[in-house]
Ligand binder design. Structure first.
Ligand code: T46
Length: 130
């Protein structure tokens, strides 16, 4: 779990943030998805992955992400498009407090596989051996 403030490139025309696989994110990016249009007061995520690592960026609007590794829970504020948050495998992630305009971009280390998800919190703790 770590948060990074990426360099903002750009000039008088506007801004640009570049994120490169295996450089700015510590894995090869195999999948990109984004979530948006989240309804007020509705959380997303609320699961962990066996293998998938994710890198989250609120490219528009803002949201909060609470990451829980079974020992501690930390809430991060994704409130600028140059901020990236690494969610490692076997970390429970909850995305919440979305602004209505929030677009949350996710770079993932694995292709989509529902079998990689742990969607029950007690199962998550069992996998961790807690
Ligand atoms: C995460 C947050 C931010 C796919 O078919 N392919 C995909 O790559 C993904 C991510 C999902 N799906 C399907 C599976 C479900 O039928 O899309 C549907 C909604 O997925 P889910 O309920 O997992 O959506 P969220 O918003 O709760 O969570 C998703 C990601 O799953 C999760 O890893 O970090 O967005």
């Amino acid at each position: 779990m770590s948060i990074t403030e990426h360099r903002i490139l750009g000039d008088h025309r506007g801004q640009l943030v570049a994120i490169e696989g295996q450089q700015d994110v510590p894995f090869e990016v195999k999948r990109v998805f984004f979530i948006y249009g989240t309804q007020p007061k509705v959380p997303r995520g609320q699961h962990s992955h066996h293998k998938t690592r994710q890198y989250l960026i609120a490219v528009n609007g803002s949201c909060k992400v609470t990451l829980d590794d079974g020992k501690q829970k930390i809430t991060y504020d994704l409130n600028h498009p140059n901020i990236g948050l690494l969610q490692d495998a076997l970390v429970w992630g909850t995305m919440h407090d979305f602004t209505s305009d929030c677009v949350l971009l996710v770079l993932a280390s694995e292709h989509y596989d529902e079998a990689d998800y742990i969607r029950n919190y007690d199962d998550f703790l069992k996998v961790l051996g807690v």
